[in-house]
Ligand binder design. Structure first.
Ligand code: LLP
Length: 391
């Protein structure tokens, strides 16, 4: 059931601003961060890293950084963005199947906490570059645990067929190399099975697999200090008003009860969507309401160039007409881009809509602004945080 309640927006101030734009509610973000920090305390030794790929808006980053979170980066650009926002390099992890030499060198130069390494060839290059710069690179090996996640196929990462991580059959060989390599300090294991996971059973399956791997390694007298379980915790796209803050208590409790951490081990998380997803909305104006023979279309000034998730993953985002409280009608809500897939939602119940109305596309704080493009020579969207409207 999709709720009909609407979010609160400073509509009068929106009228002064060029649309489309992203709007981030700092109150929601702060309440989310408060809860993450509180509930993660269930672990003795832990670090929650914010996955920058979800949103790199500088205001958002600065706020997240102020809570002391670490940063999970997947490119040199993200490492730079994390450093600019004040994240502690000692809490930066760097993942990705294809790290370029300059990116590895940037990470070495700033002595980041660790590289999440995805293959032996990558490990060899990091060893070489670290040795060249007289550095020791701290490394976690990313394991492909062959655990599926009940989410969209495009955002599942932990299966054998996916490009990510080191296969279980190769793991021992890569560990042996990591232990030998002079400029590598191997400190742990990294996992990530996918994104927008709402079935806790998927995380339980990951825990079981990690428990088996740890037991196997200990049988070979190998112990590690760090277990990074990645991110992937999903949000409630259907009910952003009723459930704006994800249930971090049960998320962390799943890991606490199912993962057999050793007394000396630190657990790491890489959370993106669950931290920033619900604080953001894409705000646009209605350009036209077009009445066809069978349906009516609301044509927005925002399109897949600003928010590609519906077109790319058939993702659902709640859509609200925040200017109207007239009777409900059914519309297909579309963008102006010359692509048939430029649709935000079909048969959507909206208050009767007219040209000029403001439409909020909700739960767009994660993988929204960061995935915007210039397609059709469009400008990238501006972004505002709620503090911008306070006097
Ligand atoms: N760690 C690793 C290694 C990852 O690959 C990802 C996401 C995360 C952490 C953060 O996952 P999260 O907590 O945000 O689920 N563009 C897609 C999502 C791609 C996710 C890629 N990896 C979307 O819009 O749904």
């Amino acid at each position: 059931m999709v709720e009909m309640q609407k979010g609160h927006f400073p509509l009068e101030q929106f009228k002064e601003i060029k649309t489309p734009f992203y709007y981030y509610n700092t109150d929601v973000l702060k309440r989310t961060l408060d809860l993450v920090c509180k509930e993660a305390k269930v672990f003795d030794q832990y670090c929650v890293h914010y996955a920058l790929k979800a949103n790199t808006n500088p205001n958002v980053l600065t706020l997240i950084q102020s809570y002391g979170l670490g940063a999970d980066c997947v490119s040199g650009g993200e490492i730079q963005a994390a450093l600019n926002a004040g994240f502690n390099p000692k809490k930066i992890v760097f993942a990705g199947v294809g790290k370029a030499d300059w990116e590895i060198e940037l990470a070495l130069q700033h002595d980041i906490f660790c590289f999440n390494v995805e293959s032996k060839p990558e490990l060899e290059v990091i060893n070489e570059l670290a040795s060249k710069h007289n550095k020791i690179a701290q490394v976690c090996l990313r394991v492909n645990p062959n655990v599926g996640a009940h989410t969209h196929a495009n955002i599942t990462t932990g299966l054998q067929e996916n490009k990510f991580g080191i296969g279980l059959t190769e793991l021992k060989e890569v560990i042996d190399y990591a232990l030998e390599a002079k400029s590598i300090h191997w400190i742990g294991l990294h996992f990530h099975i996918g994104s927008q996971i709402i079935d806790a059973g998927d995380f339980v399956a990951l825990c079981n697999r990690i428990n088996t791997i740890q037991a196997y390694l200990e049988a070979h007298r190998i112990q590690v200090g760090h277990i990074n379980v990645g991110g992937g915790f999903g949000i409630d796209y259907a009910n952003p008003n009723r459930q704006p803050i994800p249930d971090f208590k049960s998320y962390f409790e799943t890991y606490d009860s199912r993962l057999k951490l050793r007394p000396h081990q630190t657990i790491h998380f890489e959370l993106g969507r669950s931290i920033v997803g619900q604080c953001g909305s894409l705000i646009s104006r209605v350009l036209y309401v077009k009445r066809g023979a069978k349906k009516q279309f609301v044509i927005l000034d925002a399109g897949m160039t600003e928010l590609i998730r519906p077109a790319l993953y058939q993702a659902y985002h709640k859509i609200e007409n925040i200017s109207s409280d007239k009777e409900i009608e059914s519309y297909d809500v579309v963008g102006p881009i010359c692509e048939s897939s430029d649709v935000f939602g079909k048969s959507i119940d909206l208050n009767k809509t007219n040209r000029g109305d403001f439409i909020a596309i909700r739960s767009a704080g994660a993988y929204g602004e960061v995935m915007a493009s210039h397609y059709n020579c469009r400008e990238l969207p501006q972004a505002y945080i709620s503090n911008d409207f306070e006097d």
